[in-house]
Every structure is written in C-alpha cells, then in structure tokens.
Write a protein that binds this ligand. Structure first.
Ligand SMILES: NC(=O)c1ccc[n+]([C@@H]2O[C@H](COP(=O)([O-])OP(=O)(O)OC[C@H]3O[C@@H](n4cnc5c(N)ncnc54)[C@H](O)[C@@H]3O)[C@@H](O)[C@H]2O)c1
Length: 419
C-alpha cells in the first residue's frame, strides 16, 4: 500500500512538495483552508508559478486531491505543514497559521504519524509551540506515540536548475527516532537528505541561509550608492572579484529586496534575539540599507531627468518588470511598489510593462499598464529596468529609449545609467 501524505497549506511551498510526492508514488492529499484554492486545484488550475495546469492534471490523475475535510488527516502516514509565516504590522512574527494548523492536525492525529513543519520560523517553534499543541489536542506524546520534525523548505521559485528533488533537504527531529522517520520519508522524494542534530538547528539553518543572503545583498546595495558617487561601476567590480575561485561569492545590488523570504525571514531571527535583551545588528542594518533602496532609485531617476532639464513632475516614467524576482509573477514585498509610490508622489506619470501580471496596484490605485511596449519605450521620458524578466530582455527596443535607469546592471549603451 502506498504511503499517505497530507500537505497542509497548498501554496508556493506545499504544491511543489505535493507534486514531487505524487511523482514518487505517494498517495497525496492537499489540505487547505481556502475554498477558492481547493476548488481551483481540483478543477486542474495552478495558482503558483512553478506548476502549470498540466502539472495539476497529472497530479490529479495520480490520485491527488485538495480538501478542507479534516478526516483526511486521521489516516495520514505523514503530515507536512507548509502554511504562511508572515510578519504582523509591528514586524513581529505571526505564527497564527502554524498554531491553527497544529490545532487542526492535533485533533485528528493518529499514533504512528510523522508530522513535519516546513514553514520558515524562528528556532524553537517546532518544539515549544507545535509540539505542545499537537500533544494537548491529541493526547499523544511526541517521540513516543508520533514523530515530529522540522525540515526547511529551500524552494527557489522560477529556478530552472534546482527544484525540490535535486536540492539537499535538511531534517531535524524531536528525537533521533523522529529524525530517522523523517529521513525515511524525504528519501522517497529527494536525492539527498541531510540530517542535523535537532529541530532548532534545522530551523536555524534556514534562517542562516536567508540572513546570509540578506546581509550580503544589503552590503552590495550600500556599496552601489557610494560606488556611483566615486564613479565606479560596481557590477564590473563584482564580475572581476568573482573570478577568485575561493573565499568570495557574488551578490548583486538592486532596487530593494522583495518576496516572502529575504525581507521577512531574518526578522524572525532578530525577534528571537531581541528576547535575549539585545539586537541582531547585522539584520537590522541590512533591513535599513535595503529598505532605503526604492527611495534611492527614485532619487536617481530624478537626477537623470534633471540632467535632461526635465522635472519629475509631469514626466512619463515606464517601469519594466514589477514582480519581486525575474521570470515569476509573485509581487509580494516587491520593491517596484515603493519605487512607483515615490515617483507618483513626485508627480510623475508612471506606467509599467510586465507580462507576468494582469495588473499592479499601488496604494489602492491601478498603475497604468502598457501593452504596446515599443510605443511606450518611444514615449517615455525615462525607462526604469526594475525586473529583468527574460521576455523583457529579449523584446524591449532598449536602444530607442530616451534614458534608461538600469537597477540590475544588465544593460549598456549611451542612454543607460546603471544604479
Ligand atoms: N515562497 C517561497 O519561495 C518560500 C520558500 C521557502 C520557504 N517558504 C516558507 O514556506 C511557508 C509557506 O509559504 P508559501 O509561500 O507557500 O505560502 P502561500 O501563501 O503561497 O501558501 C500558503 C497556503 O497555506 C494555506 N493556509 C493558511 N493557513 C492554513 C491553515 N491553518 N491550514 C491549512 N492551510 C492554511 C493558505 O490558504 C495558502 O494556500 C512560509 O513559512 C514561507 O516562509 C516560502
């Protein structure tokens, strides 16, 4: 009989996991609280970038279904939690979805089940928050009656080279036996499973990876600002530095950090550190430096227009690419939004081109979307390359633009200024 897996939370993380498990011969059910998501998946439609409708149809043919019926949880061999972990308004962690999922699972939990948390969160969540809820609701004991582990999701949406199967998967169990149980499960889905000593180390590994990126991107952002003033092309310097075969990893400046991970995850770690009575200063500094980049982009746009004897007020500015990352449609925390806001505040007529989204809202108003890219390039006083989607890089007649502010270091030419 095939192993029964229930994936709780069918988003950017849960759905690729459900797909890989289905491919690996497991009987997979997706559990979600969103009726719209359940309905759309069961009728064969994908709502995440990395899976198409064809993929969902293949999953359904292999036995996958989405549901909000809790009965499915009581027969599962393995339950994996992939629910969101956003920040509250005051930037403290919002674990309400994890707690709600744990309560729901606990009420239906059968002895012998493996429960794994994959949501990104601060160290201690699996042991201090999920375990007590599961134990209280089920009357069972972790380590004795059921297994509990943490395994960080490392999915990189839009990455054509690394997916779930060929990205090593870290697992840390509540006990050694729990780790073994988790290794046995993940070995069916991924090529390499990397056990670590416990749930806290597995939780910390994920935050370490994202904090490392966050800090290094912020370092490049800070260097971009003064490199411009010193008349240095930082991108060229990075290309040169990266020829060193050891001791250096290239990171790049940009218009600000976006997405669900980099701007949010390190705050989970700084929250945990603040409880010790001091600050995680690298993270706070990185947030401050990268948080200022959208305003800096607007200031550079203003300076470029000034060179052409034009005020921002009344100038037409075209933003190319508005999602947080190239070649995906996810707009969460995208820096394009604060860039547009600053330019609109200065009176610019801002429009955008992005084939990955149907519309783009800034403070409740729809930004004007251009369909005829060639005409828009001809008409704009300034073009700002925010997100270098492949189709934008392929089909934009950049040489026809009056002026381009390239926030990604991708373009060259007499009409181009790099950030
Ligand atoms: N998106 C990424 O690239 C990425 C990468 C690595 C890790 N993560 C982490 O993975 C977790 C999930 O992120 P995501 O991007 O997949 O989120 P998402 O918003 O795309 O999807 C989450 C899903 O969970 C559902 N949900 C919410 N509360 C629920 C509950 N109580 N019970 C059942 N379902 C519930 C939502 O309806 C939604 O469908 C987060 O902790 C995130 O930090 C995300």
């Amino acid at each position: 009989m095939s192993m029964e897996l229930v994936v709780v939370g069918l988003g950017y993380v849960g759905l690729p996991l459900a797909q890989e498990a289905t491919r690996s011969g497991l009987l997979v059910t997706g559990f979600d609280v969103s009726p719209a998501t359940i309905e759309s998946l069961n009728s064969g439609h994908s709502h995440v970038d990395d899976l198409g409708d064809v993929d969902i149809s293949k999953m359904i043919a292999a036995g996958f279904k989405a549901t909000s019926e809790t009965a499915t949880l009581s027969t599962a061999d393995v339950i994996v939690i992939c629910v969101p972990t956003p920040l509250r308004e005051d930037t403290t962690p919002d674990l309400s979805a994890i707690k709600a999922a744990a309560r729901t699972i606990g009420r239906s939990l059968a002895a012998g089940t493996l429960v794994v948390l994959e949501s990104t969160t601060y160290p201690g969540t699996t042991d201090d928050i999920v375990r007590p809820i599961l134990e209280t609701e089920s009357g069972l004991t972790a380590g004795d009656d059921f297994s509990l582990a943490y395994s960080p999701e490392r999915i990189d949406p839009g990455n054509p080279k690394f997916g779930l199967r060929n990205t090593p998967k870290i697992v840390g169990g509540f006990s050694e036996q729990c780790t073994e149980h988790a290794i046995d499960f993940y070995s069916r889905l991924v090529d390499t499973v990397v056990p670590t000593v416990g749930t806290r180390e597995a939780e910390m590994a994920k935050l370490l990876e994202n904090t490392y990126r966050h800090v290094n991107i912020a370092l490049m952002n800070e260097m971009a600002v003064f490199s411009h003033e010193l008349g240095i092309d930082l991108w060229a310097a990075i290309e040169a530095a990266k020829t060193k075969p050891f001791g250096f990893q290239a990171f790049y400046p940009g218009p600000g950090v976006g997405g669900h991970c980099i701007p949010i995850d390190p705050s989970y770690l700084s929250y945990a550190v603040r409880s010790l009575g001091y600050q995680f200063r690298f993270v706070e500094l990185a947030q401050e430096v990268s948080g200022r980049m959208p305003t800096y982009v607007a200031v550079r746009a203003q300076a470029l227009l000034n060179d052409a004897r034009k005020p921002v007020n009344g100038s037409s500015i075209l933003l190319l690419g508005v999602t947080y990352k190239a070649n995906i449609s996810d707009e969460r925390e995208t820096p394009a939004r604060p860039v547009a806001r600053r330019l609109l505040d200065m009176g610019a007529e801002v429009s955008f081109y992005d084939s990955h989204v149907d519309g783009f809202e800034v403070d409740g108003s729809e930004l004007q979307q251009v369909n005829d890219l060639d005409a828009a390039i001809d008409e704009a006083d300034l073009v700002v390359l925010v997100q270098p989607h492949d189709d934008i890089m392929r089909s934009t007649p950049f040489d026809r633009a009056a002026m381009i502010l390239d926030t990604r270091g991708k373009l060259e030419g007499p009409n181009v200024e790099r950030l």
